[in-house]
Design a protein around this ligand. Structure first.
Ligand SMILES: Cc1cc2nc3c(=O)[nH]c(=O)nc-3n(C[C@H](O)[C@H](O)[C@H](O)COP(=O)(O)OP(=O)(O)OC[C@H]3O[C@@H](n4cnc5c(N)ncnc54)[C@H](O)[C@@H]3O)c2cc1C
Length: 334
């Protein structure tokens, strides 16, 4: 039976630690229970959450928060080189990755230690250290919110982009992802070209040693979820056209703008833009631009949603004023 609570604080359910309330919180343990909940609450405002690590609750939620207690993974098939693994939406992504690395299966090790659950990672197309979820996702299984029917999305049908997918655009709120099928490699295909990953891994290269190196690097730079409230990178790295990039570089003759060439344009690190505008470490109310990584906004303990919103808006405004570049939030405002 689903576990249903009324009028509860969402404090334990979002990593920013916003103390807002939800009218109803319903947790299901099977796809059948999810379908029953969708029937029961038809017409209500619905929000499916994972670990709440990419959300900013801006006020009380006058509706039904859905959450999955399905937390298993299973091997579906294998051929000479690869294995198909299906994971439930509510499984903690990093627990899955730890298991896969332990089994010597490769493909997701660079995504180690990203907070959150399997379902949301396929919505967000999470990425780190040169790998994105889309690189290993074979299929996404989902249930229609409108009528409870199952639909299987191929990787291509998910329309993945940088922290983006069909589930954040035309199908936003229309499907609940129930399972994700990944294709993992039996043979290690290490991706070590991002930042200082190669040197951190050292001589002995395995899925597990890459995972451990990624975790060490992340622990030096990013706030620990159990200690400091945040939603990770608050802003996306802006992608501009080559023409715009040249115009910006020409205008800022004295400053060398860092960039990465990529499909669709030139990516400029938002952290650099924010730091150049002097925001690193700055505080607004209880919200702070994290001193070790200015792309992250943190709750110093008593931040209100408005503190975070104000700090984020001020940062966007000054990046726009100084560089003429618009940066937009990666975090979902609810
Ligand atoms: C310290 C820290 C570091 C981080 N580092 C990274 C990083 O390196 N790379 C990166 O990409 N992200 C990073 N993030 C962001 C975050 O971990 C990811 O976006 C993650 O995928 C969010 O998962 P979640 O389960 O917490 O989702 P939530 O925040 O609960 O939800 C995110 C979105 O997905 C929707 N959703 C959730 N579950 C489902 C479902 N089953 N079906 C349909 N929609 C659903 C929600 O409605 C919401 O719109 C970081 C966050 C923190 C706090």
């Amino acid at each position: 039976m689903s576990n249903i609570k009324n009028d509860i604080s969402l404090l334990p359910y979002n990593t920013f630690r916003m103390d807002v309330k939800a009218k109803i919180f319903a947790e299901y343990s099977s796809v059948e229970e999810l379908r029953e909940l969708l029937n029961q609450y038809r017409g209500e405002r619905l929000l499916h959450i994972g670990a709440g690590s990419n959300l900013l609750f801006t006020k009380d939620f006058d509706g039904v928060i859905l959450h999955s207690a399905m937390r298993r993974a299973r091997a579906l098939d294998e051929d000479g080189d690869t294995v198909l693994i299906e994971a439930d939406n509510g499984l903690v992504l990093d627990e899955l990755i730890a298991q896969l690395c332990d089994m010597g299966l490769s493909g997701m090790e660079n995504l180690s230690y990203i907070p959150g659950e399997v379902g949301a990672s396929a919505v967000q197309n999470v990425g780190a250290y040169g790998v994105e979820a889309k690189d290993v996702i074979e299929q996404v299984k989902a249930v229609s919110v409108a009528d409870g029917t199952e639909r299987i999305f191929t990787n291509e049908e998910c329309k993945y982009g940088y922290r983006d997918s069909i589930f954040k655009n035309e199908l936003q709120g229309k499907y609940i992802i129930t399972h994700v099928v990944y294709r993992l490699n039996k043979r290690l295909e290490p991706k070590l070209d991002y930042g200082n990953l190669r040197s951190e891994v050292g001589e002995s290269v395995s899925a597990m040693s890459i995972r451990e190196a990624v975790i060490r690097i992340r622990q030096q730079k990013l706030p620990e979820v159990s200690e400091i409230g945040s939603a990770g990178s608050f802003f996306k790295n802006p992608i501009v056209s080559r023409t715009d990039f040249e115009a910006i570089s020409n205008r800022l003759r004295d400053i060398t703008v860092p960039y990465y060439e990529q499909e669709g344009g030139i990516k400029i690190p938002a952290a650099w833009l924010i730091e150049q505008c002097g925001w690193k470490g700055k505080i607004v109310g209880g919200a702070q631009c994290y001193p070790k990584q200015p792309l992250v906004l943190v709750n110093t303990g008593n931040a209100t949603p408005q503190d975070i919103i104000t700090l984020a808006q001020n940062i966007c405004d000054s990046v726009k004023d100084k560089f003429g570049i618009t940066i937009s939030p990666e975090v979902n405002y609810i």
